[in-house]
Design a protein around this ligand. Structure first.
Ligand SMILES: [Zn+2]
Ligand SMILES: [Zn+2]
Ligand SMILES: [Zn+2]
Ligand SMILES: [Zn+2]
Length: 357
């Protein structure tokens, strides 16, 4: 889809009381407006190193592979790509000779990772991807290290970093200062700043799962709200094979936002109940949400009539009702200054006329 060339000046970063950094509208903005389009700093597969079946996605752009058009890494034969173009780009970037060799060692049948939990196997992928970026584009690692997240945020970070570093260090180029301390810092950043690229929507399930993790520089500064005024889109499956913008994130407004107001997204599906949201936000992000919806739902009484509460009306309008979806709907971008009355789902892509607009 067409994206405006510059959305940069629509947002500015500010310190928000009790929240840390957040993004504020610098002008009045309209529902449907694209406020940010951004390419990944770092992108890596969510597939564990040891799985019975190979990933069905291109290992570079994460489009679904077509069996008749699959291009395999000539060195390791372990990784598949959707096109000659993706393979060529990957061999010079995300699947460089260093990455190919290091992953081959980590994935051989005697690897200590074989018996380890999937989560640690995916963390190994992340460290390899981050080190590969550090070797090729050191400035990106400095940017990632400037994001929020600290090794002391979670008990497992330092231990996991030491273990992974011990496996990867034999392959680290001697001139790079890769260490367990650096690995721990990177894992801490990854925990708090990753977005998920989801497997494509399917009406019959399975449960939606994640095909890749992505870190974006600016989008990571959107704070969470359980009634967000913006949501994210991606168009990985719609792009041309090997198009460098396939994995861009697009943030679009659900509602009008006045100048000076904060723009927030939800860090998960917006239809989750209060206790589930509370648990995820504490366990995964380390905070308690104090949004208007949480304040009301914390004190709900059973049997109360809730149908006229603002957030109940919001959910009935902006949660996609297609089977097994529950994505978030946002209006299409305004045309010639006119707001669109067509809502698009950010998960299944369904379009629906907003009869109340
Ligand atoms: Zn591809
Ligand atoms: Zn390879
Ligand atoms: Zn909340
Ligand atoms: Zn949907």
């Amino acid at each position: 889809m067409a994206t405006p060339t510059s959305t940069q000046d629509l947002l500015k970063m500010e310190n928000i009381p009790n929240k840390g950094r957040g993004l504020i509208a610098t002008q009045d903005l309209k529902a449907g407006q694209i406020i940010l389009t951004e390419s990944p700093l770092l992108l890596y597969s969510a597939s564990p190193l040891f799985t019975p079946t190979p990933s069905p996605y291109c290992h570079h752009c994460f489009r679904t592979l077509q069996p008749s058009q699959t291009f395999t890494c000539p060195s390791c034969s372990n990784y598949n790509f959707c096109s000659q173009k993706c393979l060529s780009i990957a061999l010079n970037s995300s699947h460089s000779p260093w990455t190919c060799e290091t992953l081959s060692h980590l994935q051989n049948p005697t690897s200590p990772l074989l018996e380890k939990p999937f989560e640690l196997q995916v963390q190994a992928r992340f460290i390899v991807a981050a080190y590969n970026i550090a070797i090729h584009t050191p400035s990106i690692i400095q940017t990632i290290l400037s994001l929020h997240g600290d090794p002391n945020d979670h008990d497992s970070i330092v231990d996991n970093a030491k273990f992974l570093q011990s496996l990867i260090s034999p392959f680290c180029p001697p001139n790079m200062n890769f260490s367990a301390e650096l690995a721990a810092k990177l894992i801490a950043k990854e925990r708090l700043n990753s977005f998920c690229l989801m497997e494509p929507y399917s009406p019959k399930g399975p449960q939606r799962s994640i095909k890749a993790y992505v870190i974006y520089h600016k989008a990571t500064f959107f704070n969470h709200d359980c009634i967000p005024n913006a949501c994210r889109f991606d168009y990985v499956e719609n792009g041309e094979p090997g198009d460098e913008h396939n994995t861009d994130i697009v943030i679009r407004l659900i509602k009008d936002v006045d100048v000076g107001n904060e723009i927030c997204i939800s860090y998960f599906r917006i239809n989750k109940d209060y206790l589930t949201r509370k648990r995820i936000l504490m366990e995964d992000y380390g905070f308690t949400c104090a949004c208007d919806r949480c304040k009301i739902e914390a004190n709900w009484n059973e049997g109360e009539n809730k149908s006229d509460l603002p957030h109940v009306i919001f959910l009935s309008k902006f949660v996609c009702d297609k089977e097994n979806c529950a994505g978030t709907l946002a209006p299409l971008p305004p045309k010639d200054g006119e707001k669109s009355n067509v809502l698009e789902c950010n998960f299944c892509g369904n379009l629906k006329v907003d009869s109340s607009a």
